[in-house]
Write a protein that binds this ligand. Structure first.
Ligand SMILES: Nc1ncnc2c1ncn2[C@@H]1O[C@H](COP(=O)(O)OP(=O)(O)O)[C@@H](O)[C@H]1O
Ligand SMILES: [Mg+2]
Length: 270
């Protein structure tokens, strides 16, 4: 159990003694006239699962999309603040947006495999991003991604004969995770990845996320407080566009500083 004071927040960083992977500072974002993010600040650490929680419409997805520059090209959208990755401004002139985006895997709430074979679903990204041009290497890479997504044993006999869309919902979501891994991302962004699948499939996805943590930073939006508590190293609570509170999971769940977070958590558990 952590003490509910400021030192607890610095513990994981002090332990790993590594600079953050990403630093988000004074992030503000407007959709037209409507301000969706207000002074959002947080760090993302190496090998951690950071969960975003909070009521709907409070800016969780919007924040996630800022990290991989998914808002690029959105009309009437304005942003201010600074986001760095390994110390480099992600909006700097020297940053190539497609290359930046490739450092991230995205997993959506609803599994959305491509209408192609299981194998092609995973090979596609690796091919278009030139991860490998060698056929044998590509075969090995696809197998590796499917193994790391805990799906290999279930699909190894139908890689080329079954479409991704024919799998069960939970399998489809693991396929989407394998696909996200295919470009060798450093950060995984997961927007309610278990929001549309059953509890058994959810358990499989949660296991998988924990197994990916040593090699990735994972930001996951979840509406399940149980899930946040099982998975996350740290939790960030969003409220009306502000990141009101961030800290080690147990601290936020047992001793949140803000009334808003305490009320939200009590309501969701109660
Ligand atoms: N493309 C968009 N255009 C205009 N408003 C948007 C758009 N996307 C989200 N919003 C608004 O921004 C706010 C934050 O949304 P969002 O980040 O999706 O919240 P959450 O993921 O926490 O539910 C909401 O008020 C939402 O209606
Ligand atoms: Mg959302």
């Amino acid at each position: 159990m952590f003490d509910a004071d400021n030192t607890a927040e610095t513990l994981p960083r002090a332990r790993s003694n590594r600079p953050p992977v990403m630093e988000i500072r004074d992030l503000n974002l407007w959709y037209g006239e409507k301000q969706a993010l207000i002074d959002v600040n947080f760090d993302l650490h190496e090998s951690e699962i950071l969960a975003f929680i909070g009521p709907s419409g409070c800016g969780k997805t919007t924040t996630l999309k800022c990290l991989n520059r998914m808002h690029d090209g959105t009309r009437d959208l304005r942003m201010s603040g600074r986001i760095t990755m390994h110390g480099q401004d992600i909006h700097g002139e020297d940053v190539d947006p497609p290359l930046h985006r490739r450092r991230f895997g995205w997993v959506a709430q609803k599994p959305n495999p491509f209408p192609m074979t299981i194998w092609r679903n995973v090979a596609y990204g690796a091919q278009i991003h030139g991860i490998t041009r060698d056929r044998a290497e590509l075969e090995a890479h696809v197998e590796d991604c499917l193994r790391r997504a805990h799906l290999w044993d279930e699909v190894k006999d139908k890689l080329h004969t079954m479409e991704g869309t024919e799998l069960s919902g939970g399998q489809q979501q693991r396929l989407c995770i394998a696909r996200a891994l295919s470009t060798k991302p450093e950060v995984l962004l997961m927007d309610e990845p278990t929001g549309s699948i059953d509890p058994i499939a959810t358990a499989a996805i949660e296991d998988l996320m924990l197994s990916l943590k040593p090699d990735h930073s994972i930001v996951v939006v979840t509406h399940s407080m149980m899930e946040a508590r099982r998975l996350a190293d740290r939790v960030a609570y969003f409220h009306l566009g502000r990141l009101l509170e961030i800290g080690p999971t147990e601290q936020v769940f047992t001793a949140a500083r803000s009334d808003e977070a305490r009320r939200f958590i009590a309501g969701k558990f109660g």
